[in-house]
Design a protein around this ligand. Sequence first.
Ligand code: GDP
Ligand code: IMO
Ligand code: MG
Length: 427
Amino acid sequence: MPAIVLVGAQWGDEGKGKVTDLLGSSVDYCVRYQGGNNAGHTVVVDGESYAVHLLPSGAITPGCVPVIGNGVVVDPAVLLDEISMLEGRGVSCTSLLISANAHLIAPYNTVIDKVTERFLGHNRIGTTGRGIGPTYADKVNRLGIRVQDLFDPGILRQKVEGALLQKNNLLVKAYNRRAIGVDEIVDGFLRYVDPLRGYVTDTSAVLNTALDGGKVVLLEGAQATMLDVDHGTYPFVTSSNPTAGGACIGAGIGPTRIDKVIGVLKAYTTRVGAGPFPSELFDADGEHLRKVGGEYGVTTGRARRCGWFDAVIARYATRVNAFTDYFLTKLDVLSGFERVPVCVGYDVDGTRYDEMPMTQTDFHHARPIYEYLDGWWEDISGCRSFEDLPKAAQAYVKALEELIGAPVAGIGVGPGRDEVIALRPLL
Ligand code: GDP
Ligand code: IMO
Ligand code: MG
């Protein structure tokens, strides 16, 4: 059995958690391969809602082994809180595996993330303030602290000393903050040694052995294509690679292992934080999508920016991820519009673009070109087959398939596990 990658096709919060949950019972291992506790995935089972930030959504599925891969940045306090939150609700996390090579988010990086944003003023990215960017910067700068360093106190101290030489210069001289002491950081980290020890392993070795043995491995992307540091709307992105290629790096498996790449796509578009968003709405329609779709961040509680479906972005996401299937979520939220606009191209200073413009400047100038599809009024949350959907909703899905060039395998019509229309098998 192959490895399957699941990636958000837009700017995040497409409903990846729900799709992972749907695949859940057929999946043996569910792996996070990038990002950290900037993610927020909601899974609704039997009316009970679970929110996970750092653990993969598969942690909620009985029998599925949750894995935090080497590409993830781990805030140990958040991780332990999340484990005890789930265990307190009867979800066992004893099978969790954490890569020894994953990087740790040190408290100074959370401080630097927040203070950098403040100093950027109106140029701020709108990060989640969880220390994600500075921790990835340390990794690439070879200043990072890894999970395995917890088990060698000498090395841990040496690495923290090295990092603080640089961080304290930045904090004190550039940002007028207090210096952070080595003991404070080292002692803080050492508190996590015993609680974490039992989970830490060579996850790349475990996953490759599992694949050799015919197990199903789901690689669950956090964030999404347009937040990818290489392929997204840089610099208004996160600091890792959610796109499908990132799954190999962040989990330690080779590209020939991957057989399927599922793109999760919302029937409209949302974005949290700053950055360009051509089909964004600033009117009552945007407010309606936010209200009906419950578009408030799972991690920061921020109101999500809302807009119409953007086919240019979906086509681009198909290209950079080589999606084999799409899962379309939140179609139910579109009930109640006379007409539903779909962005099919951009007008950039008088020139039409059907594909993503090459430069940031052109993308910032992009104005949406809309096609208007007929809306529908019915509540579709009870629909369980394509034929149950109103004709206009069927036409909407068919139009999206045509525009994005990949088949839709399933449609979400509500947050619950059973609120779904299955069109083609995902596994
Ligand atoms: P993720 O970050 O991609 O996992 O998505 P989030 O959990 O941040 O946001 C998606 C939200 O939409 C969650 O509250 C889900 O429970 C909800 N959701 C997922 N699929 C559907 C759907 O088909 N319809 C509706 N109405 N809500 C959905
Ligand atoms: P899930 O997995 C939506 C956004 C932040 C900010 C930018 C950089 O739930 O889809 P960061 O803290 O990562 O340095 O912030 O990325 N962002 C998300 N937006 N969903 C997410 O995760 C996000 N994770 C980060 O709002 O604009
Ligand atoms: Mg989310």
